[in-house]
Design a protein around this ligand. Structure first.
Ligand code: NAP
Length: 521
């Protein structure tokens, strides 16, 4: 444990947000010299109607680094009204030209990558590596829009296959829902809302985005990029402020679809508010990793540690508990400790740091309460276990008992949680009791066991011999049970943002319908 204290590193200077001149319209300088960000509504950079702002602080040292507008229901109404008026302006841009816009946006993101990375590191406490990965994923997602478009097709249905529709044909179109409300969480504040905005605009919708108030800045930077490439005003609107703004968007009559990513509890509230609208919910997760006797143990250990600690464990698809078969558990734990002892923990601005802070002090306290609960119930603390401010040490728990909260609740922190199981069936019985069903993974080299487990686990994804990760969203991604509804991914999100329209044409007046069957001779 002492090793962690030695490896904890603190950066040289106070976090300070310095942005390129390109982003100058997005903020003004406040009295204390810090940037006061505006909102982006109807193609303009505006203050909120209340003129109130809220501080944006960094988990690096909990200091205030900027201010953002505290939007309210009036601002939501303005944004939704602008989005409604703008609907024809995006639908009238040919899809191929929309794709070109995304490519230009990707170029700009790459040109201003450093600004995006700095904002993610400072507002979210991400390591530089995690932040760089997130920024690149957004640019790549934009460059892959041609793949999305392959799903935006229609159908021709000849009616003479049914007596009911004989003499008619139908053309089935996919049309945009109108305006999409996109509500995002703090943990991937650039990528997750972008993964909603891109398919929404690509499919001819307008969007109102509400980023997390922990991390509101990266979406404003993204809006600046869209502004630069000439996206018509009102097509994209970003309203910052408290969660109540999300509720207002969800219940607004002129919003046709809600795409929400966040906790299960808030997601259920959003679903109540959005009654009657199309709904996409990406909610909490508890990915179990099952490690069987025949697994490649060094591979399983390194993947499970990475899966548990990446982004400080603040991932819905993080490996959240490892169920290892007793007969190989000692060897597996040995490998886990070897990997974890090479992890660098500290100020995320420093090169080579693997694990930085959690989003805020409350998050570190919550994670530590889960660790303490497990230890009090008999788990063995092998590494870490302490926290300071927003920083929670990378922690390893072994022999986690069945009644420990951490075996069931979302951890969302840098904890490698190991529970020992008798066999495959014992592991599956734990997985099946979980309220969540987002992700899972299994380490084995036996095809039939892979197949049996993959079929038995109730989850949106089962990954074999790797930790769950979704990158740019090339494979479809989403949950069952309390983990959500619908699928995100290239080509998949876009389907959820469109509705079918059936155009029925009666061919009889022109005598173009199929002829009657000839009489029997
Ligand atoms: P959260 O607290 O649920 O917040 C998510 C968003 O909802 C934020 O923008 C929040 O705004 C807003 N919000 C809060 N109250 C609201 C309300 N009553 N009505 C409408 N919107 C409201 O989640 P978080 O802590 O930011 O993110 C972590 C959670 O997200 C975890 O549970 C994680 O598993 C989940 N997540 C899931 C996925 C997935 O793909 N399944 C991906 C990433 C994260 P404020 O910030 O202003 O409160």
């Amino acid at each position: 444990m002492a090793g962690y204290e030695q490896r904890y590193e603190v950066g040289p200077e106070r976090p300070n947000l310095k942005l390129s001149g390109f982003f100058r319209d997005a903020f003004a300088e406040g009295e204390d010299g810090l940037p006061v960000f505006r909102m982006y509504i109807d193609g303009k950079w505006v203050e909120g109607s209340s003129r109130e702002v809220f501080p944006v602080d960094t988990p690096i040292d909990e200091s205030v680094v900027a201010y953002a507008q505290k939007g309210n229901s009036t601002d939501v109404n303005l944004a939704v009204a602008a989005a409604k008026v703008a609907r024809p302006s995006i639908r009238n841009i040919a899809a191929i030209d929309r794709i070109e816009m995304f490519h230009e946006c990707a170029d700009l993101i790459e040109r201003y990558k450093q600004d995006f990375v700095d904002v993610l590191v400072i507002e979210g406490g991400k390591t530089r590596r995690d932040a760089e990965g997130e920024v690149s994923a957004v640019a790549e997602r934009m460059r892959m829009t041609m793949e999305d478009i392959s799903k935006v097709t229609g159908e021709y249905r000849p009616g003479d296959w049914s007596a009911d529709t004989r003499g008619k044909i139908a053309i089935v179109l996919r049309e945009p829902v109108g305006t999409v409300g996109a509500i995002g969480p703090f943990n991937y504040p650039l990528f997750i809302p972008a993964a909603k905005v891109i398919p929404a605009i690509l499919s001819g919708n307008t969007v109102v985005v509400k980023p997390s108030s922990e991390t509101p800045l990266s979406q404003l930077l993204l809006a600046r990029v869209f502004d630069e490439v000439g996206l018509p005003r009102g097509v994209l609107n970003v309203v910052t402020g408290p969660g109540s703004i999300g509720s207002k968007i969800a219940e607004h009559d002129d919003v046709g679809m809600i795409s929400f990513t966040g906790s299960t509890e808030v997601g259920k509230e959003v679903a109540r508010r959005a009654a009657g609208k199309s709904l996409h919910l990406e909610l909490g997760g508890k990915a179990y990793a099952i490690v069987l006797e025949d697994a490649d143990l060094p591979l399983a250990a390194s993947k499970c540690v990475m899966g548990s600690l990446r982004n400080a464990g603040q991932r819905c698809d993080a490996v959240s508990a490892i169920l290892v078969v007793e007969s190989v558990a000692d060897r597996f734990v040995e490998e886990v400790l070897r990997v974890i002892d090479g992890i660098r923990f500290g100020d995320p601005r420093l090169d080579g740091v693997d694990v930085g802070p959690l989003i805020n002090r409350a998050a570190a306290e919550r994670v530590n309460a889960l660790v303490r609960d497990a230890v009090e119930r008999g788990a063995k603390l092998l590494r870490g276990g302490r926290y300071n401010g927003c920083y929670h040490e990378p922690t390893v728990l072994d022999h986690v008992p069945r009644d420990a909260r951490i075996l069931w609740e979302e951890t969302f922190g840098p904890v490698v949680t190991i529970a020992r199981v008798r066999d495959e069936d014992d592991a599956l019985s734990i997985v099946s009791r979980s309220r969540y069903g987002l992700d899972s993974c299994v380490f084995t080299n036996n095809f039939y066991r892979i197949w049996r487990i993959a079929k038995a686990v109730q989850a949106g994804s089962v990954t074999v011999n790797d930790f769950p990760r979704h990158g740019v969203g090339y494979f479809p991604f989403g949950g069952v049970k309390d983990s959500g509804l619908g699928r995100e991914g290239i080509g998949y999100s876009i389907e959820e943002m469109m509705v079918l329209k059936t155009i029925v044409i009666n061919l009889e007046p022109a005598k173009l319908g199929k002829a009657e069957r000839p009489k029997k001779r």
